[in-house]
Unconditional design. Structure first.
Ligand code: GLY
Length: 254
């Protein structure tokens, strides 16, 4: 069960967020704020306490708060973002995390790691080796996990921005998979829900207690999740999609 969620409001500079899809246009700030409010409401429906931090104009991607920490049952890892324009975002999270955790760990250079590359399955953490997360950063997280009686393993990646761009663990051995992860041997023992290519953005769902948050506008994915017996809440994240963001990136859940 998750009790706490941390989110960070989008800043006006979100329009300059990193994107691999400039053809979608720039996010409209007012709409992004409204969508963020709906996201918070959906999270509250799931029964969590939500701490809302202010956005940071100097960091266009700072609302994607998932990338700056990994929150486990025993410690929080303050990460070291691999994207040049995101370096430093993590520093502002340290005092916030101290309000919840006695034990903080830190990814140190030359290690880089972004939380979007980390998928929790119970006490095991899969860590994607992406353009943002390197082997050194992944190993530092694995070493920290082992210190607290948990484990981690690395997943080689070729295409996706982050590991959770194409994967979402929905508990009870059910895994949403898209793209390069559909046939990946590391996930062969899961009950897979395969996301069709035309809905691949919807692989970035989040299970929060009794609900799965699913982006608005992906009916095949929603139907498959409901067919697995799970309750869905839709949240429109279309403004965040324009800058490669989605439901998991927008919060830390623990
Ligand atoms: N725009 C989200 C990210 O690149 O991290």
């Amino acid at each position: 069960m998750f009790k706490n969620v941390i989110v960070r409001k989008p800043s006006k500079s979100l329009s300059n967020g990193i994107t691999s899809n400039p053809q979608y246009g720039q996010p409209i700030y007012e709409n992004a704020l409204l969508q963020h409010d709906s996201y918070i409401e959906a999270l509250k429906t799931c029964g969590v306490e939500v701490q809302v931090l202010n956005g940071a104009e100097e960091y266009p991607d700072s609302c994607f708060v998932e990338d700056v920490a990994v929150c486990t049952r025993s410690f929080a890892m303050v990460t070291s973002p691999g994207a040049a324009t995101r370096k430093g975002e993590e520093k502002e999270m340290i005092e916030v995390l101290k309000g919840y955790y006695e034990n903080l760990e830190y990814i140190k250079a030359p290690g880089t790691l972004e939380g979007g590359d980390v998928m929790m399955v119970g006490d095991h953490y899969y860590i994607g080796l992406s353009d943002r997360t390197n082997q050194e950063g992944a190993q530092q997280l694995i070493d920290a996990l082992m210190k607290y009686d948990m484990q981690g393993s690395v997943i080689e990646m070729k295409e996706m921005l982050h590991l959770k761009t194409g994967l979402a663990y929905l508990e009870d051995n059910v895994l949403l998979v898209a793209g390069e992860f559909i046939e990946h041997p590391a996930f062969s023992d899961y009950k897979k829900i395969v996301i069709p290519e035309d809905e691949s953005y919807a692989a970035n769902c989040i299970r929060v207690n009794d609900y799965v948050l699913v982006p608005t506008g992906y009916p095949k994915t929603q139907e498959a999740i409901e067919a697995a017996g799970l309750k869905v809440i839709n949240v429109d994240t279309s403004e965040y999609k324009k800058v490669d963001g989605g439901l998991s990136c927008l919060s830390l859940r623990f």
